[in-house]
Design a protein around this ligand. Structure first.
Ligand code: SF4
Length: 249
C-alpha cells in the first residue's frame, strides 16, 4: 500500500471528508483506486462530478457509477450550459481564462461540497478536496503544489485543503492502476481519444478533435455553427473546427 503524506494521514485520522473530483476520465478513476489503496476508508469518501450535460461524452455518469462502488455520488450542475456561456460572451473561453472551468465546474462543485459538509457534521468541517491533476500533463501542472490549504474555501468551522493524490503518476501508471484494479477506462479512450474532457475541449489536440467530431456529429455541427455565428473559434489558433479536423459539418 502506498503511504499517505503525513499531513493527509492526520486529516484522515481526524475523520475528514475526502471529496474525489471525478470527470469520468482515467485520472479520476485511478485517483479513487489509489486513495483506497492508501487507506482512506469509504466511509470518508464522497465522489463529485460537474455535469456539463450536452457537451460531455455520452456515458460519463454511468461510467462513474459503475466504477466507484458504494460511496455517495454528487452531481453538481451550473445554472448555465457551456454553449449558453459562449453565446452570452460571444466568444469561447481560452486556456488562460477558463471561465468554463471556474463557472461550470469548480464553482458548482465547491457549492455542493459546502452543502454536503454542512449536512454531515460527522466530518468536523474538515475536507480534503482531491483532484487528479498530474505533473506530467504540463509545465503549469508540474509546478502546482500537491497539498495546499484552500484559504478562500476555509472559514471558521470549515477547514479545506486541496490535494493532488496522483500528481507524480505517469500516463502509464494511471492505466496500470485502473487495469490492476480489474476496471476499464471510459469507452472514449478505446475509440481513440487521448483525454476525456468536454467532447470538444478548448485545449484538445487536433487528433482528439477529429476523433470527437466523427463520433459526435450533431454536437460538432452545433459547435461549428456557433463558431461561424459569433465569429470566434474554439481553438486559440484562430482556425475553425472544420479546418482543424478536416471533417465537414
Ligand atoms: S474540458 Fe476544456 S472546454 Fe471543458 S470545461 Fe474543461 S477546459 Fe473548458
Amino acid at each position: 500500500m502506498s503511504a499517505l503524506p503525513q499531513v493527509i494521514s492526520e486529516y484522515r485520522d481526524a475523520g475528514a471528508l475526502f471529496a474525489v473530483n471525478h470527470s469520468a476520465g482515467k485520472d479520476s478513476q485511478a485517483m479513487l483506486i489509489q486513495l483506497r489503496r492508501m487507506g482512506v476508508p469509504d466511509s470518508q469518501i464522497v465522489i463529485v462530478h460537474a455535469d456539463l450535460g450536452e457537451v460531455e461524452w455520452p456515458g460519463n455518469l454511468e461510467h462513474i457509477r459503475q466504477t466507484i462502488g458504494n460511496v455517495p455520488f454528487i452531481v453538481a450542475r451550473a445554472k448555465k450550459t457551456f454553449l449558453e456561456m459562449v453565446e452570452h460572451r460571444q466568444m469561447f473561453p481560452s486556456p488562460g481564462q477558463r471561465q468554463c472551468t471556474s463557472d461550470l465546474k469548480r464553482g458548482p462543485i465547491q457549492r455542493e461540497l459546502r452543502r454536503y459538509l454542512k449536512k454531515h457534521p460527522e466530518f468536523g468541517g474538515r475536507i480534503v478536496n482531491c483532484m487528479g491533476m498530474r505533473a506530467q500533463e504540463s509545465a503549469a501542472r508540474a509546478k502546482r503544489p500537491s497539498i495546499i490549504k484552500n484559504r478562500s474555501c476555509s472559514i471558521a468551522g470549515r477547514d479545506w485543503i486541496d490535494w493532488l493524490p496522483i500528481h507524480e503518476m505517469t500516463h502509464f501508471d494511471v492505466f496500470a492502476t485502473i487495469f490492476s484494479a480489474g476496471q476499464r477506462p471510459h469507452w472514449a479512450y478505446y475509440a481513440g481519444m487521448s483525454r476525456l474532457s468536454c467532447v470538444f475541449c478548448i485545449m484538445a489536440s487536433a487528433s482528439d478533435l477529429k476523433v470527437a467530431a466523427n463520433l459526435n456529429r450533431e454536437l460538432y455541427r452545433r459547435y461549428v455553427a456557433t463558431e461561424k455565428r459569433i465569429g470566434h473559434t474554439l481553438s486559440m489558433s484562430g482556425k475553425g473546427l472544420e479546418q482543424i479536423t478536416g471533417v465537414p459539418a
